[in-house]
Structures are given as structure tokens and as C-alpha cells.
Write a protein that binds this ligand. Structure first.
Ligand code: DAH
Length: 363
């Protein structure tokens, strides 16, 4: 027999043996396959081995070497099939105990800030405010200029903003720097601009009633009450005859609805009030700080600062193409984290962003 013939009979035997072991569906079938290929007397491997004697003498070492390799291969395939039958075969399924409790399924949940944002949208939606989004990378016009914040204003300081680009200080002085928005008031400008752009020439732009919720960025060092990224809710209402009384009513309704009735979120809302303190923002005139009062139900009360608000400055209305002789408006901006933390009794803002599920899964 030539070496080529011998080697090819070896290879086809190896293939058949591997296939037979792998497809054996029971312990009996596997044993039958073992006898067929590895049987000590009439096994096929044995027979091939006998053929070794007929190979030319010069080819014997190569033929013998390959025979040993194939024998090992077939034995290993058998052992593997045997092992698999043990793990997944009938015996293992018979031993399955249906009364053993399963692995608990871990269902995720919404981040507390996301929950707060959704609820705020819900409440303001019922008051007729449409939620809109704006970009987090802003230009100078929307973050400052159109909001009546002139070039000389300290709010533009490179130390107080995340300007984009290689040299932040140069960016702040360039013609149109880009930055991570430092406030959601930018969206007021974008919305009013879009309304004016959609208004046919000679007609008045439509009234506006929007909120915008999203991230803002300031280079603050993180501590219990500061974080370089946080969220704001911005509100804007522009129409004929809007007054500060409207602003106060909307804010009071908002806080009352958010903190629920009967102190659901730890507040007793019947006597929940909003207090305005005179303040200054370039884009509102007059401007106020907004405080919310709280009571712990045991007679203890206090005021807590929630954000800023005011009547939209005529300069802002003019900048975007609304006529301040025709319409007035109010605007407010509140911190989402502060409201969320107040609700849950969270005392350190950093806990919200460390992504420790043991903390977050409580809410
Ligand atoms: N943008 C202000 C801030 O981030 C908050 C604010 C104040 C928003 C007054 C307003 C507003 O809309 O009228 O500090």
C-alpha cells in the first residue's frame, strides 16, 4: 500500500469517528460507536493498524507517526463526547430541581434626575407649556449676547465657563466663541427666533409658552452642593398682557403639584408658597430670586432658594424680533438637582453622579 493511500484511509476514519461520537444521542449509541472505532479486537482503528504492515518500508516511520496522532485524536473525541453526555445527558436533566428559586432578574430604573425631569414636564404640560430642547454646545449670541449680557459682563469670564477650543481665554475674546452652555436661558432665544422666522412679514410672531430641561455646565469644584454639570428647568411665557402675578401663580402651582398633596414628598402643600426677593439678571427686568417655603409637618418651616425669574427684558424681546410695546413675558430658571434632592432628602449632589447602584436603586 502506498503512503498516500494509507494516510487518506486514516484521515477518513478520523473524520467518521469524530462525527459518530459527536452525534451519538444516548449512552448506548456512544458505546456502540466506541466499539466500532476503538474496539480492541474488530475495531476499525485496529484494522487500519494492521494495514501498517503493508506500507513500503521507507514510508513506515511517517505512517506510524500519523497513525499514533489519529489514534489519540479519536480517543480524545470519544472522551469529550462521554464528558458531554455526563453534563447534559439524561441523568443531568433528571436531577433538575424545579423548586430551586431562579436567579433574580435585575430590572433597571430611571435615574432620580430623569424621574424628576419627567414629572416636571408632566406638570408644566398640564399648565400648557411645551417642552423643547436646545443644544448643549452654544454660541456667544445665544448664551450671552441676545440675553442682554454684554461683552464686559463678568458672567462671560473664561474662569466661569467651559469655552471650547485650544485656548479658552482667547476663545472668550474671539468673535464668536463656542462654549458648553452655562444656562438653559439660551433656549428662550432659540425658541423666539424660530417663531419670528416662521412668521410671515408684516404679522406679529405667535405667543410662546415653553419649558426647557437640560444640562448646563460651569467649572465649579464639586462639593456637596456644586457640580460642574447640573440640570435646569427654564420656563418662558410671552403674550399680550403677561404680568408678574402670572409668573408667581405658575411657580406656586408648579411647586404645589410637584411636591404632591398631603406631604407625599415630605411637604404639606396646602400652605406651600413662593416668595420673590428682588435680584438682578441681565435678561429680566424686574428680576427676582425664587424661594419656596417648606414645612416638615411638625411645625418647623423655612424658605429655600430655588432659582431666578423675572419679566423678560425688552432688550431681549427686541433682540429676537418681538415687539416689547406689544407683548410682555416672564421667564424662570430653577435647579433640577435642588428640587430632586429636596424631594428625596439627598444631601450631597455628588451622590447623584457617582453611579453607585446601591445608592441610585433607592429611588
Ligand atoms: N439663567 C439663570 C442662571 O442660570 C437663571 C434664570 C434667572 C433664568 C432668571 C431665568 C430667569 O429664565 O428669568 O442663573
Amino acid at each position: 500500500m502506498s503512503l498516500v493511500e494509507f494516510l487518506s484511509s486514516l484521515d477518513s476514519l478520523a473524520e467518521q469517528a469524530q462525527a459518530a461520537f459527536a452525534s451519538a444521542s444516548s449512552a448506548d449509541a456512544l458505546e456502540a460507536a466506541r466499539v466500532e472505532f476503538l474496539g480492541a479486537k474488530g475495531g476499525r482503528l485496529r484494522k487500519v493498524q494492521q494495514g501498517l504492515g503493508k506500507v513500503d518500508k521507507a514510508d513506515k516511520p511517517a505512517a506510524g507517526k500519523r497513525f499514533n496522532e489519529v489514534k489519540q485524536l479519536v480517543e480524545t473525541a470519544f472522551a469529550a463526547a462521554q464528558e458531554q453526555a455526563k453534563d447534559g445527558g439524561e441523568t443531568a436533566s433528571e436531577a433538575f430541581d424545579v423548586s430551586v428559586p431562579g436567579e433574580p432578574v435585575c430590572i433597571g430604573r430611571l435615574h432620580p434626575i430623569t424621574q424628576t425631569i419627567r414629572e416636571m414636564k408632566d406638570i408644566m404640560g398640564r399648565l400648557g407649556f411645551t417642552a423643547v430642547e436646545g443644544p448643549e454646545i452654544e454660541d456667544d449670541w445665544h448664551n450671552f449676547e441676545a440675553l442682554n449680557i454684554p461683552l464686559s459682563h463678568p458672567a462671560r469670564d473664561p474662569l466661569d465657563n467651559f469655552y471650547l477650543g485650544e485656548a479658552a481665554s482667547a476663545a472668550a475674546e474671539s468673535d464668536s466663541p463656542l462654549l458648553l452652555r452655562s444656562q438653559t436661558s439660551t433656549v428662550q432665544i432659540r425658541v423666539m427666533e424660530a417663531c419670528v422666522a416662521a412668521t410671515p412679514a408684516g404679522e406679529s410672531p405667535p405667543p410662546v409658552r415653553i419649558i426647557s430641561l437640560g444640562r448646563v455646565y460651569r467649572p465649579d469644584t464639586a462639593d456637596a452642593t456644586h457640580y460642574p454639570m447640573f440640570h435646569q428647568i427654564e420656563g418662558l411665557l410671552v403674550d399680550r398682557g403677561v404680568t408678574m402675578a402670572d409668573l408667581k401663580s405658575v411657580l406656586r402651582l408648579f411647586f404645589q403639584s410637584y411636591f404632591g398633596s398631603d406631604g407625599e414628598k415630605g411637604e404639606h402643600t396646602d400652605d406651600m408658597h413662593v416668595r420673590f426677593r428682588p435680584s438682578f439678571f441681565p435678561f429680566t427686568e424686574p428680576s427676582v430670586e425664587v424661594d419656596m417655603n417648606w414645612t416638615d409637618g411638625a411645625g418647623k418651616t423655612g424658605w429655600m432658594e430655588m432659582g431666578g425669574a423675572g419679566m423678560v427684558d425688552p432688550n431681549v424681546l427686541r433682540a429676537v424680533g418681538y415687539d416689547p410695546e406689544e407683548v410682555t413675558g416672564f421667564a424662570f430658571g430653577l435647579g433640577v438637582e435642588r428640587i430632586c434632592m429636596r424631594q428625596h432628602g439627598i444631601t450631597d449632589i455628588r451622590d447623584l453622579y457617582q453611579n453607585d447602584v446601591r445608592f441610585l436603586s433607592q429611588f
